[in-house]
Design a protein around this ligand. Sequence first.
Ligand code: 3PG
Ligand code: CO
Length: 548
Amino acid sequence: MEELKKSTVFEGPEGPVVLVIMDGVGIGKNPESDYVKIASTPNLDWLRENAVYTEVKAHGKAVGLPDDGDMGNSEVGHNAIGCGRVFSQGAALVGDAIKSGSMFDGAVWKELVANAVEKDSALHFIGLFSDGNVHSNLNHLEAMLKKAKEEGVKKARIHALIDGRDVPPTSALEYVDRFDAFLAEVNDGTVDYCIASGGGRMNITMDRYDADWSMVERGWNAHLKAEGRTFASMREAIETFRAEKPGILDQDLPAFVIERDGAPVGPIIDGDSVIFFNFRGDRSLEITKAFEADELTEFDRGPKPDVIYAGMMQYDGDLDVPKKYLVSPPAIDRTMSEYLSASGVKQFAVSETQKYGHVTYFFNGNNSGKFETETWKEIPSDVCPFEDAPRMKADEITEEVVAAIKSGEYKFIRLNYPNGDMVGHTGVVSAVRVAVEAVDEGVGKIMEALKEANGIMVCSADHGNSDDMCELDKKTFELKLDDEGKCKPKTAHSLNPVPAIVFDPSGVSNARKADVEDAGIANLAATCITLLGYEPPADYTPSLVTVG
Ligand code: 3PG
Ligand code: CO
């Protein structure tokens, strides 16, 4: 890896460049739905008026998603920010591999299918049961099931992780109905394909960054041991849970197991084939470890199951996880961290558990390895509903950053404040307000520390969320109201742009807004490199500011 060229017009500030990623803090379109606007944010307000301020895209094609109707998310957002370019991402790559047939021509698909056909065993699919296109897409599942039938797989079992976090909060039955109709067509008497188990995605299976392995254990027990409440159908499970706990969100629903004739219809057993059909890695790594590790200490798994397991995609390029996968991931190379490391720039990255991997592993192109000049710091997240503690660890993150600025050790510091996103996903607007205010306070303290240290702040977000807490009409952005005239809560990310702010209190960079067409968050990498006093790589999308 070659070093970055030093800039001839600006040698960089005396203090560090600090990149603040305010997760889920975008610029809303309707003031009644925009809890970034509703919250009191004196620091962000000041910056909007007085710093170099640009609005940049954080969704759709600007971050490598198939369509401009796709909201942004933290994986593609941090990938784009960290690698300075736009790569076609998992959602697009899997869609293409299915369309072209390359997925089904691959050795892994063939092995999974041959195993099920030869042993007359089941082909299982575990994954997020929606079309959110953040972790998975139901279209992909349906395409794989059709192909499996064509290729002679007699028995398929689906373990459905209920979403309500990347799609409307209580939309599960829409997906159940759609899928039941699909299955009714597929099950023409020649095959037996059905849902076998499931539960809410924030309750089972999809934990991330080792935050709460008990989620994986509950999922494991439902998918493999058929432990959980039993029902005749997924619809019955959801309706029962909702009746018992009115107001429960889909993402929090308990585990369920489907029974037929008094027996569980499809626990995963030795000899079966298993596909984890999420393409995004963060919430796939733990369940993958549970399937692949010879010894597992995180919970009482029992013996390693004798199955053929594959992920939809490679989830970690450094660790080569999983061992088998259906589609190759985006070939993200030459990230900003790697360039800065090659140039001897000391870097510090910090967040709390829930977003720690975002600002490290996603930021470095879905690689969990550290470059030589990097130091990473994880602050343990609370294990509780985030609406109950909406400040999360913002204060602790700020303290770490301020200490890192004062230490004079690092030239580039990056951090992620999770609040706007994690609390945004709960749909509890009173908590969202507190969450955004905690982030604003943190930004204010970082600004003070940078004034003293003569450093520069770049402040932006990976995508929107808190800026869009109610369902809006897609064209007019008016609130959509329910039968009682109330706004319909929204838990998913938004399609909104995000701020990109450059705050240089000493004025040493003389940063001015550059004329960049169609700016997106990928432009932030070159912006940071420019402010550090280097020339960005020629193929990075350009800096949002001109200096010198
Ligand atoms: C999640 O995994 O929590 C959501 O699906 C996406 O949120 P993130 O992209 O902000 O992590
Ligand atoms: Co989110």
